[in-house]
Design a protein around this ligand. Structure first.
Ligand code: HEC
Ligand code: HEC
Length: 337
């Protein structure tokens, strides 16, 4: 008994301190970015008068109010850069009330998406359709039940017709995935708060904190992302020093049986192969949520079995290292493309 306790202190405590160990089945908290519950009495604060001034973003000729950024009276969310994408199908631009909210609101008209949802452009059409059917069948659920927007996504999929699913898959599939997230290795990160929807937002001032075993994905420009939903303003993913290199070993060789080399199925450049989706250069938070959900069986779609041997043995630290490397592999960094 006594010896066992000593062992726990000696072996487990240092691991727990460095964030390597997580209780079995516990989601990697950084990837879910669950906002703390609102402080009691917060709702009682008087609502400020809505800002109805006209806003714009760099490079756009559009001038709209903040409510119009998100879409009012069925008009659909603001499309800052119509020239950046093909003509949106109705379901992407405006959705179909009440069940189908416009894809362009959360995933943006160019399909780049945000850490709390997913990048959906450049996905193979057959993969995209399969995912919508998996959402409809209840085979894709959040690994943390507090992540409400995954349920919102499932409800949207359930409300769609096969024709709408096909149109949206073809629309987003016609656009290539291009650089959107900048991976930066660091020992400290800016202090952040988590927005109600699940995104790290830099606090004003220059305070920092140790990064620990986490990736912190935050907008390059908080106002352009959070207020204005500017689809040209991307993200920084702060990652621990050395993580990209450690991830490279796991991703390219499987790390001596710890996992399976990703390029076999996702393409040598990780930009996808046939019906298998691209993962290179995409949101590390999103990628890790998916791997964790496949590990614990919350995501168990028609094709998820192929990922089982890949994720079976992964630890929190593996997730961080793999995601740091994979997210740093944006298409631009591949010489032949
Ligand atoms: C309210 C916000 C919201 C809206 C609106 C929305 N989505 Fe999503 N979508 C999400 C979230 C959140 C996820 C990822 C959840 C997770 O982490 O698993 C997601 C994931 C997806 C994925 C999975 C991507 C992948 O790589 O597997 C697809 C495909 C998708 N959405 C398509 C659509 C389409 C098509 C529409 C419009 C009809 C739409 N979404 C509207 C929030 C939204
Ligand atoms: C044997 C083939 C295979 C290998 C090897 C493989 N994958 Fe996958 N991966 C898939 C398939 C198929 C899917 C789609 C699963 C589904 O539809 O549920 C997928 C999906 C994913 C997803 C979710 C993508 C999305 O858009 O939601 C991630 C993340 C992922 N893989 C990461 C990896 C990583 C990282 C590696 C290497 C460490 C890897 N995969 C190795 C076949 C593979």
């Amino acid at each position: 008994m006594h010896r066992f306790a000593t062992l726990v202190v000696l072996v487990v405590a240092p691991l727990a301190l460095t964030g390597v160990l997580r209780a079995a089945g516990e989601p990697p908290a950084w990837a879910y970015a669950i906002a703390p519950p609102a402080a009691p009495g917060a709702a009682a604060a008087p609502a400020a008068a809505p800002d109805m001034s006209l806003k714009t973003v760099p490079g756009s000729t559009l001038r709209v109010t903040l409510p119009e950024v998100r879409g009012v009276n069925g008009a659909g969310p603001a499309d800052w850069f119509p020239g950046d994408h093909p003509v949106m199908p109705e379901v992407v631009a405006r959705g179909r009330a009440p069940a189908v909210r416009p894809c362009s609101l959360c995933h943006y008209p160019n399909g780049k998406g945000r850490p709390e949802n997913a990048g959906v452009s450049g996905l193979p059409v057959s993969y995209f359709i399969q995912q919508m059917n998996d959402f409809r069948a209840g085979l894709r659920k959040a690994g943390d039940p507090r992540k409400a927007n995954t349920e919102a996504m499932a409800a949207i999929a359930k409300g769609m017709t096969p024709e709408e699913i096909k149109q949206s898959a073809e629309y987003f599939g016609a656009m290539k995935w291009t650089p959107w997230i900048r991976v930066v290795e660091t020992r400290t990160v800016p202090k952040t708060v988590i927005s109600p929807l699940g995104m790290y937002l830099r606090l004003e001032g220059n305070e920092t904190e140790p990064i620990g075993m986490r990736i912190i994905e935050t907008p390059e420009d908080v106002e352009r992302t959070e207020e204005l939903r500017d689809p040209r303003s991307g993200f920084i993913a702060y990652a621990p020093v050395g993580s990209v290199k450690k991830g490279e070993a796991l991703v390219t060789s499987g790390g001596n049986g710890r996992t399976v080399a990703c390029g076999l199925c996702h393409g040598a450049d990780l930009q996808g192969s046939g019906p298998v989706p691209g993962i290179g250069g995409r949101s590390p938070s999103y990628l890790v949520r998916q791997m964790y959900e496949m590990q614990v069986g919350a995501r168990r779609g028609e094709w998820s079995d192929l990922m089982k041997p890949v994720v079976a043995k992964l630890t929190d630290e593996d997730y961080v290292n793999i995601a740091a490397y994979v997210s740093s592999r944006a298409p631009q960094s591949i010489a032949t493309k």
